[in-house]
Design a protein around this ligand. Structure first.
Ligand SMILES: [Zn+2]
Length: 483
């Protein structure tokens, strides 16, 4: 109910406000989707609330923000261990291509179910993996609207060659290269079409229901023409949008940039005049010191995906260096093909732990509070919703989760921030609200039929795989050729 009032009573409250206050017991009053009071709520306002949630024994936390995921990969958990990046990308193509509208919708519901049940309230969906149609974008955006989550769609495109995963010079036998070319799945999206389609999608959907956003989203700058990157920057300026992309995830991408631009991708974007605080960039692994300085100077958001990077061996983002330089850092899970669930607590934990063993200066370690800041304030910045989500403070949108403190890893409560990052798995989440609307209640999703969606995916997955048998054959051949 975004129109009424909700009162959350007697919760422990992790405000994440400017003073980082933790209230041992307080109330939260929500009116028309916005937090009106935190702590003590006037008796007359309490008495008039349309809905009361008794939250004694629960911890209220701002909803987490997953600043990089791919809904189309939601069905891929558990596949393909120890693959090269090209083999992984081809298997992803085989899994996610040629979907029907209903299959696109079901994959969104599957992802939303995982995120909502683990206390994530907002996400950037970098969609799809192939050339998109406007109808597909309508379908995926309608699905996000159906979930009740706050979601921004990154309109993922490439108008150039996908040269980092079709490595002609990587010893691919000619017949395999020909097979990869024959499946017709990595066709560039002509810029003339993008100039028509992207503004139309923005017009239809950006701002929908007060919680749906649309950003232009290069698949990767190296897979796009300079003209297309300039077009994204112009479109973003015109409509006050962000720009989302993958950036320097693999060593191969850094090498392609060096050959193509004669410099790094970040310096190239800067010289092109498009780099700005509108950008949120997933991975940011193969950066040099000058790239980090440029990103800090422009306020470019780096979206850290620690588990995905580890799972496919892409490398490690230099998180302590980026934080030290003042680069805003957000957190993502990436798609379920590269990281098998969308549980952001695990990404926070990985972000905090991955650097410790080889960083003797403990003052530079990513702390639990740093990781939580990435998953809240950093994510808000990536979605361009800074000051609107990420805190439990009057004036902020009422996006939050309640965690049951009777779960074993919360007994006793020693340090709510450290336990949220180092102990919580998402399983203690009891209630989730977005814009003051209750989407999860007593651990069950109430905003859509999650069980029905999961059952439908189980029924369909075999036929979805049969449909793409030709793509699976190419993917397997590439996995053999580039092990
Ligand atoms: Zn990704």
């Amino acid at each position: 109910m975004t129109g009424g009032t909700v009162l959350i009573r007697q919760a422990m409250i992790l405000t994440l406000d400017a003073g980082d206050r933790i209230l041992e017991s307080g109330d939260i009053l929500i009116r028309c989707g916005v937090i009106e009071a935190v702590g003590t709520v006037a008796a007359e306002a309490s008495a008039a609330a349309d809905r009361v949630i008794e939250a004694r024994g629960m911890l209220a936390v701002p909803g987490l923000v997953n600043a990089h995921m791919h809904s189309q990969s939601g069905t891929m958990a558990g596949f393909g261990d120890r693959l090269s990046h090209p083999a992984f990308m081809w298997l992803t193509q085989a899994h996610t291509s040629r979907r029907t509208p209903e299959e696109i919708r079901l994959a969104v519901l599957l992802c939303a179910a995982q995120m909502l049940q683990s206390g994530t309230t907002a996400a950037i969906d970098h969609f799809p993996g192939q050339r998109f149609t406007v109808a597909e974008m309508d379908t995926v955006l309608a699905a996000w609207a159906e979930t009740g989550m706050r979601a921004t769609l990154g309109m993922r495109f490439f108008d150039g060659a996908f040269s980092d995963i079709v490595p002609a010079g990587a010893g691919l036998p000619p017949e395999l290269a020909a097979a990869a070319a024959s499946v017709d799945i990595l066709q560039p999206h002509p810029l003339e079409a993008l100039r028509e389609e992207m503004p139309e999608i923005v017009r239809r959907w950006h701002g929908h229901a007060g919680r749906i956003g649309v950003f232009p989203a290069p698949s990767n700058p190296d897979r796009c023409s300079d003209e297309a990157l300039v077009f994204c920057a112009e479109l973003a300026d015109q409509h006050d949008l962000g720009i989302h992309t993958h950036l320097l995830e693999t060593r191969a991408q850094a090498e392609i940039a060096a050959r193509r631009y004669g410099t790094t991708t970040v310096e190239h974007l800067d010289r092109l005049g498009v780099l700005s605080g509108r950008w949120s960039c997933a991975h940011c692994i193969w950066l040099d010191d000058s790239d980090i300085a440029r990103m800090a100077g422009h306020g470019v958001v780096a979206v850290h995906n620690p588990e995905s990077n580890a799972r496919i061996g892409a490398g490690r983002m230099r998180t302590p260096d980026l934080l030290g330089a003042g680069v805003p850092v957000a957190l993502g899970t990436d798609g379920s093909g590269a990281n098998d669930n969308l549980i952001l607590q695990e990404a926070m934990r990985a972000a905090a732990l991955l650097h410790r063993a080889d960083l003797p200066d403990r003052t530079r370690w990513v702390s639990a509070r740093d990781a939580l800041r990435m998953a809240t304030e950093g994510g808000a910045r990536a979605l361009r919703l800074e000051g609107r989500i990420g805190r439990l403070e009057p004036g902020f949108r009422a996006d939050l989760a309640l965690y049951r403190l009777d779960h074993p890893w919360w007994v006793p409560v020693n340090d709510p921030v450290a336990q949220l990052v180092f102990a919580e798995t998402g399983a203690a989440v009891s209630h989730v609200l977005v814009d003051g609307r209750i989407l999860v209640e007593d651990g069950r999703i109430t905003s859509f039929d999650a069980a029905g969606a999961l059952a439908e995916i189980r029924d369909r997955i075999a036929s979805m795989k049969r449909r793409n048998a030709d793509l699976f054959a190419v993917a397997e051949a590439i996995a053999r050729a580039i092990p």
